[in-house]
Design a protein. Structure first.
Length: 286
C-alpha cells in the first residue's frame, strides 16, 4: 500500500463545471493546490479567466508543486455547447480525462402559488439533463484515461471519476420553497447511482456529494436571512468551508476513493439528519 500517494491527484486532468465561483471555485482551488491540471468551465468567460489567473498565482505548498488552471468557457445549458466543450477538451487532452466534476447548477425559490413553469425548465435542464449530456459526451475520453491503468488481468487500477455536486435538499424536504431545485437534486442523486452501474464496467466511477450550506452566491440570500438558524441547527455549529468540499472531491478522485462507486456522501456536518429550522417558507429567488 502506497500511503504516501494514497490521496494524491497530482498531474491528473480535471474538468470542473461552474469552477470559477462559489463551491466550484473552492473545489478548483483544492485540486490546483494538490497539483492537478484543472480545466474550469462556465458560461461566464471573464470569470473563468479571472479565476484561473488567481489560481495560477497561488503559492505552492512545500510538498506538492502547484497545478495549473485553464479556462474553458461554455454555456452548459445548451447541448451544442456541451458537444463543443467535449470536442475541445478531447483535442487538448488526447490521453484522456481523469476526473469530471459536475458542479454547474442553478436554483429558484418562490412561493408555491406563483412558482413558474420556467423555473422547472431551467433547473431540470441545467441541474440534471445537461449533467447527463456532458457525462455522456466525455465518457470516451474518461475511458481512455482509465485504460492507461488497466493491468494485464484487465482490472482498472485507477478508474476515471465522475463526481456530481448534489444537495441535502435532494435528501430531505427543504425549508425554502425551492421545488424545482430539490427535485432536480434528488434526480441527480439517482442519476449518479444509475451511471455507477453503467460506467463502472467501463472503468469510470460515479458518486455524488450531497452538500449542505456553504458560503456562495447561490446561498447568499439564504445565509443572510437564515444564517443564524442554519448554524444553530447544524450538529457541527457552522456552515461548510472550502476544505470540506475540496477534501471530499480529492478523496473521491484519488486512489483512496477508487473503490467508491454509486455513493451519496453527505458533506453537511450532519445537517440533513436533524429537523429544518428556517423560520418559514417564504420567497427566496436566487
Amino acid at each position: 500500500m502506497d500511503i504516501a500517494n494514497l490521496f494524491s491527484v497530482k498531474e491528473k486532468v480535471v474538468l470542473i463545471t461552474g469552477g470559477a465561483k462559489g463551491l466550484g471555485l473552492m473545489i478548483s482551488t483544492g485540486f490546483v493546490l494538490a497539483g492537478a491540471k484543472v480545466y474550469i468551465s462556465s458560461r461566464d468567460a471573464a470569470a473563468c479567466t479571472a479565476a484561473c489567473a488567481s489560481l495560477n498565482a497561488l503559492p505552492p505548498s512545500p510538498t506538492t508543486p502547484l497545478g495549473t488552471a485553464i479556462p474553458l468557457p461554455a454555456d452548459l445549458s445548451l447541448l451544442p455547447s456541451v458537444h463543443r466543450l467535449a470536442a475541445t477538451l478531447t483535442s487538448l487532452e488526447p490521453a484522456g480525462l481523469h476526473i469530471l466534476i459536475n458542479n454547474s447548477g442553478a436554483t429558484w425559490g418562490e412561493p408555491f402559488d406563483t412558482y413558474p413553469d420556467a423555473a422547472w425548465t431551467k433547473l431540470l435542464t441545467i441541474n440534471l439533463q445537461r449533467v447527463f449530456s456532458l457525462t455522456q459526451a466525455l465518457t470516451p475520453l474518461m475511458e481512455k484515461a482509465a485504460a492507461a491503468s488497466r493491468t494485464e488481468g484487465g482490472v482498472v487500477a485507477d478508474p476515471s471519476r465522475v463526481i456530481h455536486i448534489g444537495s441535502i435538499d435532494g435528501l430531505r424536504v427543504p425549508g425554502m420553497a425551492t421545488f424545482a431545485y430539490s427535485a432536480s437534486k434528488a434526480g441527480l442523486h439517482q442519476l449518479s447511482r444509475h451511471l455507477a452501474t453503467e460506467l463502472g464496467p467501463r472503468g469510470i466511477t460515479s458518486n455524488v456529494l450531497a452538500c449542505g450550506p456553504f458560503p456562495s452566491k447561490m446561498m447568499a440570500a439564504t445565509l443572510r436571512d437564515h444564517g443564524e438558524a442554519i448554524v444553530r441547527g447544524n450538529p457541527m455549529g457552522r456552515v461548510g468551508r472550502a476544505e470540506d468540499v475540496a477534501g471530499a472531491c480529492i478523496w473521491l478522485g484519488s486512489r483512496a476513493g477508487a473503490w467508491v462507486n454509486g455513493a451519496t456522501v453527505r458533506v453537511d456536518g450532519g445537517a440533513s439528519l436533524v429537523g429544518v429550522e428556517m423560520g418559514g417558507r417564504g420567497e427566496a429567488k436566487l
